[in-house]
Design a binder for this molecule. Structure first.
Ligand code: ZN
Length: 153
């Protein structure tokens, strides 16, 4: 990735960290979970509305934490609307591989979502930050499985 592009992605993360999107409760959510990353103190309450076809209709979050955790949650809520739970699981697998330096398989994934995930994958140089970047996604998996709480520990 060239430096201009990297700067652009860093701006994206800063912007989402400062001005999180979909930052509110979702009264009609049919799944929710509380995610906690004790290493950093990040906490995310995630709300998801999934329809009978397993398509994510709406997703929102509240919480507090470092810029990476908030930006990751904010970007996740933007990329998941209209996706199936299975697509969300594949995006999470991609994020996890990208953040841990594994070669990640992006075949069939939404390109815009992949670009955003690649923006976050700079955390692989800071292993302690990987849990910040993946917390929202762990919380999503817990919510979809109807686990009410998840911790990265
Ligand atoms: Zn954090």
């Amino acid at each position: 990735m060239d430096n201009d592009l990297r700067d652009l992605y860093q701006d994206l993360i800063l912007d989402h960290g400062k001005h999180p999107r979909n930052f509110h409760a979702l009264p009609n959510a049919n799944h929710e979970a509380l995610g906690h990353n004790p290493l950093c103190g990040d906490k995310i309450n995630l709300y998801v509305t999934v329809d009978a076809q397993n398509v994510i209709q709406d997703v929102a979050f509240q919480g507090s934490g470092c810029a990476i955790s908030m930006a990751s949650a904010s970007m996740m809520t933007e990329m998941l609307k209209g996706k199936t739970a299975e697509e969300a699981a594949r995006l999470f697998a991609y994020l996890h591989d990208a953040c841990t330096g594994k070669s990640a398989d992006k075949a069939g994934l939404d390109e815009d979502a992949v670009d955003r995930i690649n923006a976050l994958s700079g955390v692989r140089d800071y292993p302690i930050r990987v849990k910040c970047a993946t917390l929202a996604w762990h919380t999503l998996q817990a919510a979809l499985k109807n686990d009410k709480k998840v911790s990265t520990e």
